[in-house]
Design a protein around this ligand. Structure first.
Ligand SMILES: *[C@@H]1O[C@H](CO)[C@@H](O)[C@H](O)[C@H]1NC(C)=O
Ligand SMILES: *[C@@H]1O[C@H](CO)[C@@H](O)[C@H](O)[C@H]1NC(C)=O
Ligand SMILES: *[C@@H]1O[C@H](CO)[C@@H](O)[C@H](O)[C@H]1NC(C)=O
Ligand SMILES: *[C@@H]1O[C@H](CO)[C@@H](O)[C@H](O)[C@H]1NC(C)=O
Ligand SMILES: *[C@@H]1O[C@H](CO)[C@@H](O)[C@H](O)[C@H]1NC(C)=O
Ligand SMILES: *[C@@H]1O[C@H](CO)[C@@H](O)[C@H](O)[C@H]1NC(C)=O
Ligand SMILES: *[C@@H]1O[C@H](CO)[C@@H](O)[C@H](O)[C@H]1NC(C)=O
Ligand SMILES: *[C@@H]1O[C@H](CO)[C@@H](O)[C@H](O)[C@H]1NC(C)=O
Ligand SMILES: *[C@@H]1O[C@H](CO)[C@@H](O)[C@H](O)[C@H]1NC(C)=O
Ligand SMILES: *[C@@H]1O[C@H](CO)[C@@H](O)[C@H](O)[C@H]1NC(C)=O
Ligand SMILES: *[C@@H]1O[C@H](CO)[C@@H](O)[C@H](O)[C@H]1NC(C)=O
Ligand SMILES: *[C@@H]1O[C@H](CO)[C@@H](O)[C@H](O)[C@H]1NC(C)=O
Length: 551
């Protein structure tokens, strides 16, 4: 053995110390949660008696505060009177669609039973939320925030804020969700009747004569705060703003964005953002506003969410008119803002490499889906469609059918018209193949005169283009392939299209859905089966030991 010079020995010890440190820091945590999901009849978020779905008595439910690569164990006790599943909006469930918690991947947790989800926040950072996925439950609550924090070894691309606030904003029916659900077979409810109030963290608007409580955040003058905002609602896109304060957009659904300073931010159903807000005004109270897009709601309407930014030294209540947002019907404003939300190519996120290492500037497409959302009566009942096809949920979840019986007995593989509308509107259980490790381009088209937004489980997709009118392949030349933002939910404006690219490196059975609850509940979804014949568990995990069976 060669004797080491003292300098070398010191270096060796130093390296070992660093190695130990890195290993210690990099180790992922196990997070154990026990949730009791029940229906509360006393909360009255908008003054009327209605059932609200709570978790451990809370509405919204508790925060899942995780860090990249943590393993989260959530033992869900269904104390409601009907079957339940929870899904984790934007958590990619890498190689593990068994934990995705949608009707195509899991059997429901029956009333009175419990089931433990175990999933990893693998290679992710950012702001997400969870919600109950079956039976229109989201209209009754049951949602809550998810944070995935950076590992200590990877720098966050902005100074550490004084504090972080989770703010879940969503529209709300002043009706029992079960009643709304049962009326959705009528034209009036299926086509019209959006929700009639706006809640911020489960509370009604400030000074609304009908609400018991409003949301308030306390800040100290001169400090900067991170607001993690999500639209957990049912149908309304919102414009978010704070009186006399600007916000810096820094993150959306797991991507660090180029930091842009805005007076107001549009957040569509199912989307989430982090914004930094500096308390740089006179010590006072200010309005925080979330107003619906494509709506004439007046400032004092219950549909305009109003909370309070309270400076700790303030002695006044908010005053003056609400801060004026953009014209709610100005879609070009919204579209231009959407185009300005771009990926920060140099920031590291979940992995030490900068985000831009994984860019789409030079990819070869493997498949294109052109998907048009609409609504039509099928067999006399209103159904939301994708290419004139409305999804029917089978008794046996698709993922279980794939694993235990011949999937073809349960669903139609590859009969879904992926790039044109079916000449007749049909109901059915269709599944589309996504080529494993291929690039999928999806062009979403919206046939209706209201907003829609689309979400793909299992992946983040690159939002490469928005456009008017008919989409043609030539319009690919208008795409932003340089720094498109990666997220999991993209809005589709009325009469327009949105194009995304996804790299299908995550085998599984993945839900592609409208985030608009009515649309989803009435069939606007498709499953994408990303299949790898190799049973190597490194490629896709085997079913969990506690797997539930049904159908
Ligand atoms: C979340 O976890 C991080 C990292 O462990 C910790 O610093 C932070 O205080 C936690 N926040 C909350 C609200 O629990
Ligand atoms: C149900 O909860 C108990 C703890 O009360 C736990 O031991 C058991 O594993 C849970 N069942 C499932 C299927 O997760
Ligand atoms: C809708 O469904 C309910 C039962 O859920 C039924 O009573 C009602 O007649 C149906 N309405 C229509 C228009 O089909
Ligand atoms: C909003 O108001 C404008 C002007 O008053 C009116 O033309 C339009 O129909 C209204 N839109 C809705 C959705 O109520
Ligand atoms: C709401 O505001 C409108 C004008 O912005 C006003 O005409 C109306 O009286 C107000 N309603 C209530 C209940 O305050
Ligand atoms: C706020 O008030 C506290 C005492 O109540 C005082 O110490 C502090 O300096 C004040 N801060 C500002 C920014 O005015
Ligand atoms: C991108 O992230 C880097 C940190 O890696 C940061 O210094 C820079 O300001 C960010 N750029 C923009 C435009 O936000
Ligand atoms: C995109 O990725 C390629 C391959 O990794 C790299 O050569 C190129 O510099 C990246 N582009 C940007 C803008 O980061
Ligand atoms: C871009 O793609 C072409 C053709 O597929 C390939 O030859 C070239 O090496 C790629 N360039 C980069 C920077 O990846
Ligand atoms: C599954 O069923 C389809 C049609 O019923 C059949 O064509 C196929 O060969 C079957 N596959 C297996 C693996 O049995
Ligand atoms: C549409 O799909 C069919 C069959 O999958 C394919 O042959 C055709 O080239 C596609 N057309 C376009 C425009 O992508
Ligand atoms: C959808 O189906 C209906 C009949 O069910 C038909 O009238 C309509 O033209 C179809 N739409 C398209 C875009 O093909």
């Amino acid at each position: 053995m060669v004797a080491l010079a003292s300098g070398d020995r010191w270096r060796l010890i130093f390296c070992q110390t660093i190695l130990t440190l890195v290993v210690t820091i990099a180790r992922s945590e196990e997070i154990f949660l026990e949730w009791h999901v029940t229906i509360d009849l006393t909360l009255k978020p908008m003054s009327v008696d209605q059932p609200v779905i709570t978790i451990n008595g809370m509405f919204p439910g508790p925060l899942i505060n995780s860090t990249t690569n943590d393993n989260v164990h959530v033992n869900v006790f269904n104390d409601m009177d009907e079957p339940l599943l929870m899904t984790w909006n934007g958590i990619q469930q890498r190689k593990n669609s068994w934990q995705d918690g949608v009707s195509g991947t899991n059997c429901p947790i029956q009333a009175g039973m419990n089931w433990t989800y175990v999933f990893q926040t693998k290679d992710q950072i950012g702001t997400f939320f969870y919600f109950p996925s079956l039976n229109f439950h989201k209209a009754g609550g049951g949602f809550g925030p998810i944070r995935v924090n950076n590992r200590a070894i990877i720098a966050v691309p902005f100074p550490k804020p004084e504090a972080e606030f989770d703010l879940l904003i969503g529209d709300w029916y002043q009706h029992n969700f079960k009643d709304v659900r049962s009326k959705l077979n009528t034209t009036v409810w299926a086509y019209h009747m959006p929700p009639d109030g706006m809640l911020m963290n489960g509370k009604g608007p400030y000074l609304d004569p009908f609400t018991k409580a409003h949301e308030s955040f306390t800040v100290t003058r001169g400090k900067t705060y991170r607001f993690r905002i999500a639209n957990v609602g049912i149908a309304w896109s919102i414009n978010f703003r704070i009186q006399k304060h600007q916000m810096v957009v820094v993150e959306t659904e797991g991507s660090y964005t180029n930091q842009i300073t805005l007076d107001s931010l549009d957040v569509h159903v199912g989307q989430s953002y982090s914004v930094l807000v500096t308390a740089n005004q006179e010590a006072a109270d200010y309005y925080i506003v979330a107003s619906p897009k494509l709506s004439n709601a007046t400032d004092n309407s219950s549909l305009v969410g109003r909370a309070v930014l309270h400076y700790d030294n303030s002695t006044t209540t908010p005053n003056g008119p609400l801060p004026k947002g953009p014209d709610p019907f100005d879609l070009d404003f919204s579209l231009n803002q959407a185009k300005s939300i771009r990926w920060n190519l140099t920031a590291g996120a979940a992995r030490p490499n900068p985000q831009g290492t994984f860019n789409v500037s030079n990819v070869t497409l493997s498949q294109t889906f052109i998907l048009q959302g609409s609504i039509i009566d099928i067999n006399g009942v209103p159904r939301y469609t994708l290419n004139n096809v409305s999804y029917t949920t089978p008794d046996t979840p698709l993922k279980l059918a794939d694993n235990f019986i011949n999937g073809s007995d349960v669903y139609n593989l590859d009969e879904f018209p992926v790039n044109s509308s079916n000449p007749v509107a049909v109901d059915g259980t269709f599944v589309a193949t996504g080529n494993h490790k291929g690039w999928l381009e999806i062009v979403f088209k919206n046939d209706l005169n209201v907003m829609d937004s689309w979400h793909l489980d299992g992946f983040g997709f690159y939002v490469v283009g928005f456009g008017h009118g008919k989409w043609t392949p030539e319009l690919r030349s208008t795409y932003n392939l340089y720094d498109p933002v990666v997220r999991s939910t993209a809005q589709v404006y009325p009469g327009r299209w949105t194009a995304v690219y996804a790299y299908l490196d995550n085998p599984g059975m993945w839900n592609l859905r409208s985030q608009h609850l009515k649309n989803w509940y009435l069939g606007q979804e498709l499953y994408v089966r990303v299949y790898d014949a190799d049973p190597d568990p490194a490629k896709e995990r085997p079913p969990p030991e506690n797997l539930l069976f049904c159908g």
